[in-house]
Design a protein around this ligand. Structure first.
Ligand SMILES: C[S@@+](CC[C@H](N)C(=O)[O-])C[C@H]1O[C@@H](n2cnc3c(N)ncnc32)[C@H](O)[C@@H]1O
Length: 379
């Protein structure tokens, strides 16, 4: 029986349930909680989560959780944990920290005490008095929430939204993880046409295409846990090979995007190429106001400008009105859009059939869907 650990797949506000469902679909039962989804599993499960989760930010291994009302309790609690299972004599182990509503308010002191307690533990285990920290890195996080301290190791490394395909950013691009979540929360299902009439650098359509092609979002990148000591390299290789075998770009059909800005379209094509999907999504320069799509059913999905600057507000409101006309020109289609503009529905000309609240960076936004058949309407 392989060792089972506790893990958290961290997620942005509003995406915790989406990530828990993604884990369930991978065959890893998970429970959504504030800030992510918690699951129990082997290191192979964590590798699979890193490779396949589209909407999570990171995968963390929970080394321990305990009550800490004083720095002494924090020190003793940290020293009692089995750090030698993950940290070798030469491992680099930086400690990050965060505190919320805790009596131990100084993050720097919590970090320093955690580091000292781990060093004390390792000195005893390895019988050395000095650690050079020259080898692989294991990043440790100490997080104090109320009186509870939680110690985690970062199993992802670079955040999971960094899939490797987006190297140039256009105007206000969506984070890949949020884009993937909007794709899965939209009424679009593979087999139906999907179009983003304001696609910018293409993130939404590329995430949709990756999903349709069964392309694991982390297929071409590495994860921190792969360089941890004692990891089953062979098993990780098999998991990657299986993911490669599932990737089939020929499954992509009916996904397209357009934007009024030729530079954005150039970037979208470049990103598509870098995702290994060159030519599989049609990106064209066009004004959304002239957009006409064929097909009785289909889905528009977009992240229009928000008009955050007062000078752009009027223009955006006119654009939202034209988006309402776009949907009316396409009976049988749905339109889903994310925006921070509070007057979107008024400008669009009707109430949304479904709404969800998210943060796009620091902006509180609503993700709205219009045009759902009566039986699917749910606020
Ligand atoms: C917030 S950005 C979209 C970012 C995109 N989701 C991404 O990840 O790169 C809004 C986009 O709407 C485009 N846009 C504004 N007005 C337009 C119009 N009338 N027709 C088509 N595109 C328009 C802008 O050029 C810009 O790329």
């Amino acid at each position: 029986m392989q060792t089972q650990y506790e893990w958290i797949a961290t997620a942005a506000f509003g995406l915790e349930g989406v990530v828990a469902r993604e884990l369930d679909r991978l065959g890893i039962p998970a429970k959504a909680e504030n800030g992510g989804a918690r699951f129990t599993g082997t290191v192979e499960d964590a590798m699979r989560a890193n490779l396949w989760l589209r909407c999570a930010d990171r995968v963390l291994l929970v080394v321990g959780r305990f009550e800490a009302r004083s720095f002494e309790e924090l020190f003793e609690g940290v020293r009692a944990l089995p750090w030698e299972s993950f940290i070798g004599v030469h491992t680099r182990f930086p400690v990050n920290g965060k505190c919320a509503r805790s009596q131990l308010m100084s993050v720097r002191d919590c970090q320093a005490i955690t580091k000292k307690a781990i060093v004390e533990r390792l000195k005893e285990k390895y019988r050395v008095s000095w650690f050079e920290e020259t080898d692989e890195t294991v990043s440790i996080d100490v997080s104090l929430h109320g009186d509870i301290a939680q110690l985690t190791l970062d199993a992802s490394g670079t955040a999971l939204n960094r899939r490797g395909y987006r190297t140039w950013n256009g105007e206000a691009p969506l984070r890949e993880t949020l884009a993937a979540a909007l794709v899965s929360l939209s009424p679009w299902r593979p087999g139906m046409p999907l179009h983003d009439p304001m696609c910018g650098t293409g993130t939404l359509m590329i995430e949709a295409a990756m999903r349709q092609a069964n392309r694991a979002p982390g297929l071409t990148r590495e994860f921190a846990l792969e360089s941890w000591r004692g990891m089953p390299e062979g098993a990780f290789r098999v998991i990657r090979e299986e993911a490669k075998a599932q990737f089939d770009p020929s499954l992509i059909e009916g996904i397209s995007g357009s934007d009024i800005d030729p530079q954005a379209i150039e970037l979208a094509r470049r990103h598509l190429h870098q995702a290994g999907l060159a030519g599989r999504v049609e990106f064209t320069v066009a004004d959304a106001r002239d957009c006409v799509r064929t097909g009785e059913r289909g889905a528009f999905l977009c992240n229009p400008p928000y008009g955050e600057r007062l000078s752009d507000r009027r223009e955006c409101e006119t654009l939202y009105q034209q988006m309402g006309q776009l949907l009316r020109r396409h009976p049988g289609w749905t339109l889903s859009a994310i925006t921070s503009h509070p007057g979107f529905e008024r400008c669009f000309g009707r109430r949304a059939d479904r709404k969800r609240r998210f943060y796009n960076g620091r902006l509180e936004c609503e993700f709205m869907t219009f045009g759902l058949p009566a039986q699917k309407k749910k606020k």
